[in-house]
Design a protein around this ligand. Sequence first.
Ligand SMILES: Nc1nc2c(ncn2[C@@H]2O[C@H](COP(=O)(O)OP(=O)(O)OP(=O)(O)O)[C@@H](O)[C@H]2O)c(=O)[nH]1
Ligand SMILES: [Mg+2]
Length: 239
Amino acid sequence: MSKRALVIVPTFNERDNLPPLVAGLLAHPGVDVLVVDDRSPDGTGEVADALASASAGRLDVLHRVERRGLGRSYVDGIALAVRRPYDVICQMDADLSHDPRQLPDLIAATDHADVAIGSRYVPGGAIVNWPRRRRVLSRFANLYIRTVTRLGPRDCTSGYRCWRREALASLALDRFTSDGYSFLVEMLFAAARAGCRFAEVPITFVERRLGESKLSSAVLVESAITPWRLIATKDVGRP
Ligand SMILES: Nc1nc2c(ncn2[C@@H]2O[C@H](COP(=O)(O)OP(=O)(O)OP(=O)(O)O)[C@@H](O)[C@H]2O)c(=O)[nH]1
Ligand SMILES: [Mg+2]
């Protein structure tokens, strides 16, 4: 792999998932990792520090101290990442739902796209171990988002993505207001407005085996409102 990539991994209570994830990522030459931890009570931050010491400079840890949140963690992580000389900046969950072995496919797709989305909803994509209600919820969320916002990608809520660095750097993240899943949707919306080209790469998503989901009802409510807010706000993500 000739492109250099930095993978941002937000963590909250992922102590047992992080070591195998990092091993899988660092197995790829040219891939470095930035863990953004929100003072996880389970000690994920310390686990990350230990992995960093053993990584020969390929893994960094950002320990956040302000109000916790997935969106805020990405804003802080991206601000750091775009200042470094990587070709590609990726985002992925720490819970092993996203297979690090599929990363090279996503990175390769940025040859002809500004954003490559690891997609469950294109031919070849799959979901393993999700109960029916979770599948229905995710399908409905994507239908709803795409209908309201007119976004093109089939999987707008996937957290597994690779961006050309310049494309990511062009988003005005400080103007974003959402968190949780909505933050991921807001990123794509801002990218579409900025004229970014999307590619979708099929992935197999595997439900977490260890640790707990942070999907809360507050996150779901925000997700229902966000698409309407996005279309009403003309300058979302504009520089
Ligand atoms: N830094 C940080 N990371 C978070 C926060 N909330 C969730 N995460 C991380 O974001 C990723 C996705 O969170 P999950 O809890 O797996 O949420 P999900 O994938 O939407 O839900 P499940 O499918 O049920 O696992 C994981 O790596 C979490 O550790 C947070 O407040 N701060
Ligand atoms: Mg998850």
